[in-house]
Ligand binder design. Structure first.
Ligand code: AMP
Length: 364
């Protein structure tokens, strides 16, 4: 592995939120320096060697950043293409641009997943800014069926930019909620459970998957991830196969999160995140390596670790004023607390998480 970065070299991270913060801590454990690039407030800045606070349009700052690091990775998918062009011309960028492009747009993502032979919910594009949007939505509803969900193609997260259409007469309100954005209509999947696979691919093409976790959402935001998921061996193998297919098709290097719906017709891919993922936070308390260190290893050209799970765990997100529960959690045995150092506990804001070890790794 001639391309292995050595301790003392610097990993650049685009985005300074909690994911960047956890990546920076993992990088530090392997002896790397980190340099965060973030236009706004950066919880990651507190644990990184260097932080640049500048916009993604600041070409001088981008150039100085790119020249100061040995590889660039990201925790934030919506970095403008021009900034990425500039960075990529100067320094290796991992995971690659294709992974970002595919996952930035729900329509491109669904089309890609279908093209590589994976099952997705039925979908149809609806441009809410077009004068005939209402007619187009009616046609899409006829194709996809009701109930359905209308989602903005770009920039949606934690259930934002989504509107459910339970009956046809909800259509206009859903369209209004898109505020003129390009959108995609998705058929509503009647799932038994939501699971996710956190998977990694190294520079040597090796793929390593963490145990699938079972996710429960509350108000559109991930609430808990329980590991292992209550799935049989066949479903687990299929979930790993899906993750591997995606990683190989994208020639991906790094960690990727794959969200899946388990249905009576098998596994349906909901979405992919080309980065470390909230549903993989459990790994820091339940496996021999966590997703952050695995990602740093991959982008630094190091061999991946076999991500064996040693414990059964439940990860719970601490959102907004859930933070008030910290003194009680601090007293719990077997609870690994992780706080992001954010100053203000606004409603809906991810402030931290707690992973409770429920026992040694058992059978599924
Ligand atoms: P997303 O932002 O696409 O991950 O959606 C957030 C959550 O909304 C998912 O985790 C599901 O719980 C739910 N959801 C999204 N899309 C669908 C769908 N097509 N059918 C049923 N539930 C969905």
């Amino acid at each position: 592995m001639s391309e292995m970065l050595h301790p003392g070299q610097t990993i650049g991270i685009l985005g300074g939120g909690q994911l960047g913060r956890m990546l920076a801590m993992a990088a530090a454990r392997l002896g790397f320096h980190t340099h965060i690039y973030e236009p706004g407030a950066a919880p990651a800045g507190e644990v990184a060697g260097t932080t640049t606070t500048a916009s993604y349009e600041d070409t001088a700052a981008l150039e100085a950043f790119a020249r100061s690091v040995d590889v660039v990775t990201y925790e934030f998918e919506n970095v403008p293409a021009a900034a990425l062009d500039q960075i990529e011309a100067l320094v290796p960028f991992r995971p690659n641009r294709r992974a970002l492009a595919v996952s930035q747009d729900r329509l491109t993502e669904k089309t890609f997943l279908q093209e590589i032979g994976l099952q997705v919910a039925p979908f149809a594009p609806v441009d809410a800014g077009e004068p005939d949007a209402a007619a187009r939505l009616a046609q899409a509803l006829a194709e996809v069926g009701v109930p359905a969900i209308l989602k903005t193609r770009r920039l949606g997260y934690d259930g934002k930019g989504q509107a459910r259409i339970m009956e046809t007469h909800d259509a206009q309100a859903a369209l209004d909620a898109m505020a003129g954005a390009e959108a995609i209509l998705e058929g509503f999947v009647d799932f038994e459970r939501e699971i996710s696979v956190i998977a990694a691919r190294g520079m040597d093409d090796r793929i390593a998957c963490f145990e699938p976790g079972e996710n429960v959402h509350k108000d559109g935001i991930l609430h808990t991830t329980t590991v292992p998921a209550a799935i049989d061996g066949e479903t687990r193998a299929r979930a790993f196969g899906i993750a591997g297919t995606i990683l190989a098709a994208l020639d991906y290097v790094g960690v990727l999160g794959v969200e899946l719906f388990q249905t009576s017709d098998g596994l349906i891919v909901n979405e992919i995140a080309p980065r470390v993922h909230n549903s993989g936070h459990w790994t820091e308390a339940g496996a021999v390596i966590d997703q952050f260190e695995q990602h740093i290893r991959a982008v630094a050209g190091w061999p991946l670790v076999d991500p064996v799970r040693h414990s059964d765990v439940v990860m719970t997100n601490l959102i907004g004023h859930d933070l008030d529960g910290v003194p009680a959690i601090a007293n719990e045995t077997g609870a690994r607390l992780h706080l992001y150092g954010k100053a203000e506990a606004r409603a809906g804001r991810k402030m931290g998480h707690v992973t409770r070890v429920t026992g040694p790794a058992g059978d599924r």
